[in-house]
Every structure is written in structure tokens, then in C-alpha cells.
Design a protein around this ligand. Structure first.
Ligand code: SF4
Length: 584
């Protein structure tokens, strides 16, 4: 657990994000967002203010139910005062309404108009609930807001209709005074939350969360636990309050996986919902698009524009490596919407004290995880080194400057690699003296460099998905072309993921001396060596571990995604100390 009272924490009340953010919010609240805010204030904030979005089966199902009404009606709809009553009722589909005075905008599924009377009709997936009100508050508020917009447009509107697709039932919702009051109150509260630029807290142990599409972004139980731990640490309470339980609301692993193409001269294309890999006239592989989470291309591999565009549209990043494994570029769809987080990231990077506190957390966690690797694998023989690393971790937590911190990190790394060398089985034919790179001069360093590049690629993808700018870090200075934030987060994971994979590859004999070639003093992996290493890496990333803080089991790949989100929540002020990932 990382909320160590000895570690100075980021101040919770970080200076407010520049007012420009509030001014940049659209003046009109979309009625659909008002529904989300009524369901859960945090959900409304995440979607409208932070621009977060994620699909789940409910949202996809909802889009399917709306497929007919989403076809916009081309007939002009005017206010009743401006048009004579039509002879027959008019059904307008996907009608856009907005009002500056109400501060609302809506696209109404269907409006039934008869003379001066109008009735909004909203399509919902699912069954009609057995409630005296006819529907839950979020749906009633959404419909009532549409009714208020129709009234503003001059129509007589006293009720609305919800069409429940699964029950195939029309439920009439009267716009009575209590519902109008509730709708106006929700709208006012939503505006206040957005203007205050403070994300509402997550719901506590709510049955709504498991069905929420943003559960992996919001991390409700994880946030509640971290806030409770922080409260406990700062108040030094005699009787600490009960810690909230953490449910595993995230799936333990991703359904889709990265696709690596290391075959030189290969060409990646798209055909009938599949990613295809060909060389000359031979089809090497076909993978359904839905099964690909990243595409990683090594060296001389081409990709068609069609494949590139399709993957970008699906939010699947394409990572380019040199033949030797240097991570050189990433192509992704348009930038993440969460400008609030990026503003905070830049603000924090310009605050020397806040930067130092984060940098200390990364380095101290790295040293502690190095210590764990030596302790687990080295036994008594490395006890003195293990103790020394504990001391270095404490020094890192108290380092008065980034320069001192980097000095501690350098000495600790040297000591750690002395111990790491002793963990390699001599009989396997590999020796290791010290860390060297660019180019690596021995097979073990070549392996370490290759896996560090793949780790940084995975963290680059994770921080980008969380809404960060991967190039701006806190420990690593910004430098042209350097993904400094991915490098920062990599610190705590190098020993646990990359170094431990190297140990297992060598000590089990899976990686062999003929998996490398040496030219002009530089050692590089052969194509067979790369396939072996990438296979071992993917097994490590897919392996499930028990999260040391939250207790549930998830894959290592998910751990990286959760960690990037926790860093984001730290910067956004949800708690004060970055909870670095540390195993025991
Ligand atoms: S996961 Fe729960 S707390 Fe978080 S936004 Fe969704 S409903 Fe709200």
C-alpha cells in the first residue's frame, strides 16, 4: 500500500484549472447528459465536462433501438404560431430543439404534433419498469426537459411518452409540477458542478456501477477506497473508519489482444472485417478486427491506408518499431477529449514541488519492486542487497530535488543489477555484468532493451487512452520524440514485468544463445528470438495477478490501464498521493 504518511503528498486543493475551461463548456446542456447526471452526477460530469465515452452492451443496444428514429426528418417544423395547423398529425423524427433561456439542447426521437399540441416520444431499450411513475427519474427528467423545450417553442405540451422496445409499450409521463421542479433542479446542479470544475464523488457500493459503461474510467470502488485510506492517514484516527469493499467491476482481462508483425517484407491490409498479413502472394495470417487491441509493426512492414483508417476509427493504436525493437512512432485516432486532464498535466509539470512528489513516488516504487524481485528469487544470498534497496527507497521518498532523486535511482539500479546478475543460471550460457544499451553489448542487455521498449509502448497506449499527453512527464524531462510520461510510469513496472520475463526466458531455457546475433560489438535478437520474446511478453501481460491494493485479480495489461487512470485521478485532485504499484 502506497499511502505512506511519511511520503509528502500532493496538495489535495491543487490550484483551479484555468477559468478558460469553464468558459469553453458549451452554454447549452444536452438533455441526454441531463439524463446521465440524474442517473449519477459523476457520470454526467465524466461525459459532458471531461468528454469521456466508452461503449458497453447497453449503449450498443440503445444505438440499435434508435436506428430508425436517428434518421433525421427533412420536413421543416416551425412554431405553431408561424404555421397553420396541419390537417393530420405530424410525426417529426430526430428533431433538434434548443433554448438559450432554458440552457438546454435536445434531439428528440419523435415529436407528435397535432395543431398546437406536441408530445415528445423517447425510445428506450429494455422493459417498462413496474413503477407508479411509469419510469425511472433519469428518463422522466430527460423527457420533461424535452417537453420544456417544446413549450419554449410555443407548443402546448403537458406529457411525453417513453416507448420501451423490449416490452413494446408506450408509457405516458405527465409533466406535473414535482417533475418540472426536479428537472430544473438537476439542470441547475449540473451547471454548478461543471462550473466548479470538481468531479462529483463516485456512488458508494451502488448497483448502478456494474452496468455503467464508464466503470473502467470512473473506478468507483477503487476511488472510494483510496479516499478512505487518505482520510485515515491524514486524520490519524484512533478508530479508523471501516474501509469500503472493492468489487471487481472491471473484466479481469481484455477480449482483444495486440497483433505483432515482425515478418520483414510483410504487408498488412483489411478484408471483410479481418486484418490480413501477406508476404508476396502468400497469406500469412487473418485476424478478426474485433480481436485486435493494438497493431505493432517491426521494421520493414507495410500497412494499407484502408487498414490504417479502419483501426484509427476503432481507436486501435498502430505502433511502429525499428527492426531492432526501438519504439519510434504511434498512430492513433483523434486526440482524447479530456482537455481538463491535459491542462492539469501541464500545470503539474510546471510546478516543481508537485513534480518532485510524483517523481519520488515513481522512483521509490521502482526500487521497492526491484527489491521484491531480488527477495523472491535470491533468498538469503541477496539479503544484504535487499536491505540496501529498502534504504535507497526511503532515501528516494525524501529526496530534496530531482537531481538527488536521479542520483539515488542510479546507485540503486547499479546495486540491483549486481543482484539481478546472480539470479541468472550459469548453465544457460548467458552472463551479465552491468546494464548497457545503444547498442546492447550482450544478449541479456539486448533482451532487457527489447522488453523495455515493448513495455513503454504498452504504457504509451495506456496513458494515451487515459487522456494524457504521453510526451510530458514529471520525472523524465521532456525531450524531442521521448514519451516521458510512459517512461515515468515504466519505472515501477520494469522489474515486475520486463526483468522478471527476462529471468524466466533465460532460466527456463526458452531463450537460447542462437536467438541473438552479434555484429560490430552490438547484439541483436534474431527473428526467431523476437518471436520467442514477444510470446513470453504477451503471456506475462495476460497473466492474472492479485492487485496488491484492491484485492481482485486482473491481468497485468489491465494493471497498466488502471494505473494510468489512477495517475489521472491523482492529478485531477481526487486524492493527494499517487498510489504507485508495489507488490510485496
Ligand atoms: S461507475 Fe458508478 S459512480 Fe462511476 S460514473 Fe458510473 S454509476 Fe457513477
Amino acid at each position: 500500500m502506497i499511502l505512506d504518511p511519511n511520503v509528502q503528498s500532493l496538495p489535495l486543493a491543487l490550484p483551479l484549472i484555468p477559468d478558460a475551461l469553464g468558459e469553453d463548456l458549451p452554454e447549452l446542456v444536452p438533455v441526454r447528459m441531463l439524463n446521465e447526471f440524474t442517473y449519477c452526477p459523476r457520470l454526467g460530469y465524466l461525459e459532458w465536462v471531461q468528454g469521456e465515452w466508452a461503449e458497453n452492451t447497453d449503449t450498443l443496444d440503445g444505438a440499435f433501438v434508435h436506428r430508425n428514429v436517428d434518421r433525421q426528418d427533412k420536413r421543416p417544423i416551425t412554431a405553431p404560431a408561424e404555421s397553420p395547423p396541419p390537417d393530420e398529425p405530424l410525426h417529426a423524427r430526430s428533431l433538434r430543439l434548443e433554448s438559450q433561456s432554458l440552457g438546454l439542447v435536445a434531439v428528440v426521437d419523435i415529436v407528435e404534433i397535432e395543431g398546437a399540441a406536441a408530445t415528445p416520444v423517447d425510445y428506450k431499450r429494455g422493459k417498462a419498469p413496474d413503477l407508479p411513475e411509469g419510469a425511472y427519474d433519469p428518463e422522466r427528467v430527460q423527457l420533461c426537459a424535452q417537453g420544456l423545450l417544446l413549450r419554449e417553442a410555443g407548443y402546448h405540451c403537458t406529457e411525453g411518452v417513453i416507448w420501451f422496445a423490449e416490452s413494446r409499450r408506450r408509457v405516458i409521463i405527465p409533466f406535473d409540477e414535482p417533475l418540472i421542479e426536479l428537472t430544473k433542479k438537476q439542470l441547475a446542479d449540473f451547471r454548478l458542478a461543471a462550473q466548479a470544475k470538481r468531479i462529483p464523488p463516485p456512488l458508494v457500493d451502488s448497483p448502478k456501477c456494474p452496468r455503467c459503461s464508464l466503470v473502467g474510467i470512473c473506478l468507483p470502488d477503487e476511488v472510494n477506497l483510496l479516499r478512505a485510506l487518505q482520510e485515515e492517514a491524514s486524520a490519524a484516527l484512533q478508530t479508523p473508519p471501516a474501509r469500503p469493499a472493492v468489487r471487481r467491476l472491471l473484466p479481469p482481462r481484455d477480449d482483444a489482444l495486440p497483433l505483432y508483425v515482425v515478418e520483414q517484407g510483410a504487408r498488412v491490409g483489411k478484408s471483410a472485417g479481418q486484418i490480413t498479413v501477406e508476404r508476396k502472394a502468400e497469406r500469412l495470417m487473418e485476424v478478426p478486427l474485433n480481436d485486435v487491441s493494438q497493431l505493432c509493426l517491426f521494421g520493414n512492414v507495410q500497412i494499407s491506408t484502408q487498414a490504417l483508417a479502419e483501426l484509427a476509427d476503432r481507436g486501435v493504436p498502430i505502433c511502429f518499431f525499428s527492426t531492432s525493437g526501438w519504439f519510434r512512432a504511434i498512430v492513433a485516432g483523434l486526440s482524447h477529449n479530456n482537455i481538463e486532464l491535459r491542462l492539469r498535466q501541464f500545470q503539474t509539470a510546471h510546478d516543481p514541488a508537485a513534480r518532485l512528489r510524483l517523481a519520488r513516488s515513481f522512483v521509490a516504487a521502482k526500487i521497492r519492486n526491484c527489491r521484491t524481485l531480488l527477495r523472491r528469487n535470491g533468498g538469503e544470498a541477496l539479503a544484504a542487497l535487499v536491505n540496501a534497496l529498502a534504504e535507497f527507497a526511503r532515501d528516494a521518498e525524501k529526496a530534496p530535488s530531482l537531481d538527488v532523486l536521479m542520483g539515488v535511482e542510479g546507485i540503486a539500479a547499479k546495486k540491483y543489477f549486481e543482484g539481478f546478475a546472480q539470479l541468472l543460471k550459469e548453465a544457460m550460457g548467458f552472463s551479465f555484468d552491468q546494464r548497457n544499451r545503444r547498442p546492447p553489448k550482450d544478449p541479456v542487455n539486448a533482451l532487457l532493451s527489447y522488453l523495455y521498449a515493448v513495455l513503454i509502448k504498452d504504457l504509451h497506449v495506456a496513458v494515451q487512452a487515459a487522456g494524457f499527453d504521453p510526451m510530458l512527464g514529471f520525472l523524465h524531462h521532456p525531450r524531442y520524440g521521448r514519451p516521458s510520461l510512459a517512461l515515468d510510469l515504466a519505472e515501477e513496472f520494469r522489474p515486475l514485468l520486463a526483468d522478471s520475463t527476462v529471468l524466466s526466458l533465460i532460466n527456463t531455457g526458452e531463450f537460447k544463445p542462437d536467438h541473438v546475433v552479434c555484429r560490430a560489438g552490438a547484439v541483436a535478437l534474431t527473428p526467431a528470438g523476437k518471436k520467442t520474446v514477444l510470446g513470453a511478453w504477451e503471456r506475462r501481460m495476460e497473466a492474472e495477478v492479485q492487485h496488491p491494493l484492491f484485492g481482485y485479480t486482473i491481468s497485468n495489461r489491465r494493471v497498466l490501464a488502471v494505473q494510468a487512470r489512477l495517475l489521472a485521478r491523482t492529478l485531477l485532485g481526487e486524492w493527494s498521493t499517487y498510489p504507485a504499484y508495489r507488490t510485496r
